[in-house]
Ligand binder design. Structure first.
Ligand code: NAD
Length: 493
């Protein structure tokens, strides 16, 4: 069994607590690794190392081009180690190996992309209206960044947070989820091998209320970038405000997948199924509400059911598996509880609704793909994030009704719109209060396209060029070209 250490200041060290947490394989239900239980003392060490790296280490004086070159070396090493990293993450969170292969390819691309941006960060010259004055802006690294990540895609989150932060010239301390920390620790070794100076990339593992809180409270952290639940996110936001930290939050969703009667129904059915059952529904962007036009409700439901009934649950390492286990015991229980709540609230169960009965899957936390019909938007199953393989079907009568239902939740992360009418697609894209609209597609993520939420789904944007702005402060410089003192020293120029 692998026993990991913390990665601080370029070194591997034991946690001050001298305690470790178990990491459990959600497919087999067995412990496979031990993760350090980092606490405040470790966080203090990591934050000091990161501040030192930004103030005096080679990172502070390195040219932006050299920074980009080191980041490219990291991307090269991710490509080289992709299979190993993918397998570690599958063991930690039960994600499909096939999906991890695709994600790992994108993760190295993320690092190449932001490596290329490192030396293109620049301020501007301002043609100021004052005479005999020159003004310009600089874009400076915001300071040390704490990246707190969720268990469903730890390496992806580390990439989309840390690559733009490093491109901006920041140093980071990452706190991955206690349920899936191994891949981030393994990745830290690659940053070392790539020649990243000590202190620039630190990993402190541990519990949210210990290591996580210590980071959010720390006075020498300038910025928090967080991916997780809206409840924890709100707590992080509140705590961070006391020390006026900058905060970005990538939180949950209750996303609508909206199918009109003029859609390509076969294509839409595939999108709806992959939007809720892909990754066992453990996606912030899960299309957990199917909004379907009343005239095609029965026909479309049958199409979705036909595909969902063929879903093969199984070993996430097996390329034949469509859906793996639920990653953590609390999450498994939460999904089952929501199924009970939906039944009690009057939703009609069409498929699944229980743990998998196959004896081969007994060791793992499997929930059958579950579909509820006759859901109304006021039921808890339609309003609260389940983060599991549970689809709610809700009918709508016309476009305005679809918009009203789509927007009538606290969240606003993504929406899917299925229609062959271009005008309708554009009207819907404008009317839906979400960060991303996918038209005739779903789960089409790109690191080049900004991603983030409105309302309770979060603050700020990741991916794309503008993600770098989250790690920069603008400094304005105004200087006088006058050789003489002003005639009146007491009147503002
Ligand atoms: P979580 O909120 O429980 O934990 C997220 C991280 O915060 C973990 O590292 C955890 O240890 C830490 N943490 C917990 N309590 C803390 C505290 N008091 N102070 C500081 N840190 C603390 O979330 P989770 O269960 O790991 O992930 C599932 C959630 O993440 C879902 O709600 C999902 O929608 C969301 N998510 C969002 C996105 C997105 O991009 N919008 C992506 C994936 C997951």
């Amino acid at each position: 069994m692998t026993k990991y250490q913390l990665h601080i200041d370029g070194e591997w060290i034991d946690p001050a607590s001298a305690e470790w947490l178990d990491s459990v394989d959600p497919y087999k239900g067995t412990q496979w690794a031990r993760i350090p239980r980092g606490t405040k003392a470790d966080v203090d060490r990591a934050v000091s190392a990161a501040n030192r790296a930004m103030a005096e280490g080679p990172w502070a004086t390195m040219s932006a081009s050299a920074r980009g070159k080191t980041m490219r070396a990291i991307a090269d090493l991710i490509e080289k180690n992709a299979q190993r990293l993918a397998e570690i993450e599958v063991r930690d969170n039960g994600k499909l190996l096939a999906e991890m292969h695709g994600q790992l390819a994108s993760i190295s691309e993320v690092w190449y992309y932001y490596a290329g941006l490192a030396d293109k960060i620049q301020g501007s010259s301002i043609p100021i209206e004052k005479s005999n004055s020159v003004a310009f802006t600089d874009r400076e690294p915001i300071g040390v960044v704490a990246a707190l990540t969720a268990w469903n895609s730890p390496l992806w989150f580390a990439a989309v947070k840390c690559a733009p932060a490093l491109a901006a010239g920041c140093a980071v301390v990452v706190k991955p989820s206690e349920f899936a920390s191994a891949s981030t620790l393994e990745f830290a070794e690659l940053t070392k091998e790539a020649g990243l100076p000590p202190g620039v990339f630190n990993v402190v593992t541990g519990l949210g209320h210990e290591a996580g809180t210590a980071l959010v409270e720390h006075p020498n952290i300038a910025k928090i970038t967080f991916t997780g639940s809206d409840i924890t996110g709100a707590r992080v936001y509140e705590t961070a405000a006391r020390t006026m930290k900058r905060v970005s939050l990538e939180l949950g969703g209750k996303s609508p997948n909206i199918v009109f009667d003029d859609a390509d129904l076969a294509k839409a059915a595939t999108g709806v199924v992959s939007g809720i059952f892909g990754a066992s529904g453990q996606m912030c962007s899960a299309g957990s509400r199917l909004l379907v036009h009343s005239s095609i409700k029965d026909e479309f439901t049958d199409k979705v059911l036909a595909i969902a009934k063929g879903i093969r649950l199984g070993d996430p390492m097996d390329p034949q598996t469509n859906v793996g286990p639920i990653a953590t015991p609390p999450q498994y229980q939460k999904v089952l509880d929501y199924i009970d709540i939906a039944k009690a609230d009057g939703a009609r169960l069409l498929l699944g609704g229980k743990p998998a009965s196959d004896p081969d899957l007994r060791g793992g936390q499997f929930v059958e793909p579950t579909i509820f019909a006759d859901v109304t938007n006021d039921m808890r199953i339609a309003r609260e994030e389940v983060f599991g393989p549970v689809l709610s079907i809700i009918e709508f009568d016309d476009e305005a009704h679809a918009v009203a239902l789509g927007n009538d939740v606290a969240y606003g992360l993504v929406a899917g719109v299925w229609t062959e009418n271009v005008g309708r697609a554009l009207r819907m894209s404008k009317a839906l209060r979400v960060g991303t609209v996918w038209v005739n597609t779903y789960r089409t993520y790109s690191y080049m396209v900004p991603f983030g939420g409105t309302k309770r789904s979060g603050l700020g944007r990741e991916h794309g060029i503008e993600a770098v702005d989250e790690y920069l402060e603008t400094k304005s410089v105004v200087l006088s070209t006058d050789d003489t003192a002003p005639a009146n020293a007491f009147v503002m120029r």
